[in-house]
Design a protein around this ligand. Structure first.
Ligand code: HSE
Length: 310
C-alpha cells in the first residue's frame, strides 16, 4: 500500500501570475491537502472519501484521479490494475490548488506503484498538462510547489520547468477560504487575453525585483514588489468588499494581502505571530460565509508531496 499526501498551494503571490507559487502547511501540524492511497487489485477501482468528496463529479471519467490514471495507462501502454482511494480534503474551486493536490498525489502514488517509470521532470510535465486540461490553460504554479514544496519560480523552458526561490523564514501566511467556490476556468476567463506594453514592463519589473530581493535577502523590498497588476484588478469583482477587507487586515498589521490563485481564498502575510492570531480571528468572524469556510495560519511547506502512514 502506498499513501501520498500533497499539500495546498498559493499560486501567484500577488506578483508572478502563473509563474510563482508556494506550498503551505498549517502551523498547528494539521494536514491541508489531499491524500491518495493505492493498492494492488485485479482491476481498476476508485473510491472517493473525505470532507469534500461530495463535490466530486459522479461520472468517474470526469474525476481527476481517473484522468491521471488514464494518462499513465496510455504512457505505459497497459491498463494499470489497482485500487485507489482519494481522500478529498481540499475544497474544489477554492484557489488553494485543490486540483493540483489531487493530480500530484495521484501521479506520485501511481508512479511509485509502477516502480518509477517516469522521472521527476516527466512527472511534473504530466502534472502541468493535466492541470491545463482541467483549468483551460497549462499552468505550473500550483503543481510544481505542491510536488517539490517551497516557493517555486516557473521557468518552463526546455528541461527547466521550475526552480526553487529563497524565502523569508519569518513570514507567516494566513489563508482564509470563505466556504464558496469559484472555478479556476471561470476566474481565468475574466482576465484580458492581451495586456498593454506598460503592464508587461511593470510586471517584469515587479517579478524580477521580487526574485532579486529574495536572493539578496531584502525583505522590505520584496514586500513592496508583491503587487498584483495582472489578475487582481479583474478578479476583485468576484470577492465582495475586497478593498475594505484589505484595508482592515493591513491596519491589523499585515505586511501583504492578496487573492490566492483564482480565489476566493485570500492570503495574508505577517511577520509577527501575535498579529497573525489577531488577523485569523478577524477573518474568521468577518470573511467566512458558512460553516465550511476556514482560516489557517500557515508556513511554507518545504516537503511537497510525500509518503505518509505505513
Ligand atoms: N495562476 C493561476 C491563476 C492559479 O491565478 O489562475 C490558479 O489556482
Amino acid at each position: 500500500m502506498i499513501k501520498i499526501y500533497a499539500p495546498a498551494s498559493i499560486g501567484n503571490i500577488n506578483v508572478g501570475f502563473d509563474t510563482l507559487g508556494m506550498a503551505i502547511s498549517p502551523q498547528d501540524g494539521s494536514l491541508l491537502g489531499d491524500c491518495v492511497t493505492i493498492t494492488s487489485n485485479n482491476s481498476f477501482d476508485l473510491q472517493n472519501v473525505g470532507k469534500f468528496s461530495s463535490q466530486l463529479p459522479q461520472n468517474i471519467k470526469k474525476n481527476i484521479v481517473w484522468k491521471c490514471w488514464n494518462h499513465f495507462c496510455i504512457i505505459l501502454k497497459k491498463k494499470i490494475s489497482c485500487s485507489i482511494i482519494l481522500e478529498k480534503n481540499m475544497p474544489i474551486g477554492s484557489g488553494l490548488g485543490s486540483s493540483a493536490c489531487s493530480i500530484v498525489a495521484t501521479l506520485v502514488a501511481i508512479n511509485k506503484f509502477c516502480k518509477l517509470p517516469l522521472n521527476e521532470k516527466k512527472l511534473l510535465s504530466l502534472m502541468g498538462k493535466i492541470e491545463g486540461e482541467i483549468s483551460g490553460e497549462p499552468h505550473y504554479d500550483n503543481v510544481a510547489p505542491c510536488y517539490y514544496g517551497g516557493l517555486q519560480l516557473i521557468i518552463n523552458e526546455n528541461n527547466y520547468i521550475s526552480q526553487p526561490v529563497p524565502y523569508f523564514k519569518k513570514w507567516i501566511w494566513i489563508v482564509a477560504w470563505p466556504g464558496i467556490n469559484i472555478s479556476t476556468s471561470s476566474s481565468r476567463s475574466i482576465l484580458p487575453s492581451k495586456y498593454k506594453k506598460e503592464i508587461c514592463v511593470e510586471h517584469s519589473r515587479l517579478l524580477s525585483g521580487f526574485i532579486h530581493a529574495s536572493h539578496t535577502k531584502q525583505e522590505s523590498l520584496a514586500i513592496m514588489l508583491m503587487k498584483d497588476i495582472i489578475a487582481e484588478p479583474y478578479r476583485i469583482q468576484l470577492i465582495p468588499n475586497f478593498l475594505e477587507i484589505k484595508k482592515t487586515v493591513l491596519n491589523l498589521g499585515a505586511i501583504n494581502f492578496g487573492i490566492s490563485g483564482s480565489g476566493p481564498t485570500i492570503f495574508v502575510v505577517c511577520n509577527k505571530q501575535s498579529r497573525a492570531v489577531k488577523i485569523k480571528q478577524w477573518l474568521s468572524e468577518n470573511y467566512l460565509k458558512n460553516k465550511n469556510g476556514f482560516v489557517h495560519i500557515c508556513q511554507l511547506d518545504l516537503l511537497g508531496a510525500r509518503k505518509i502512514g505505513i
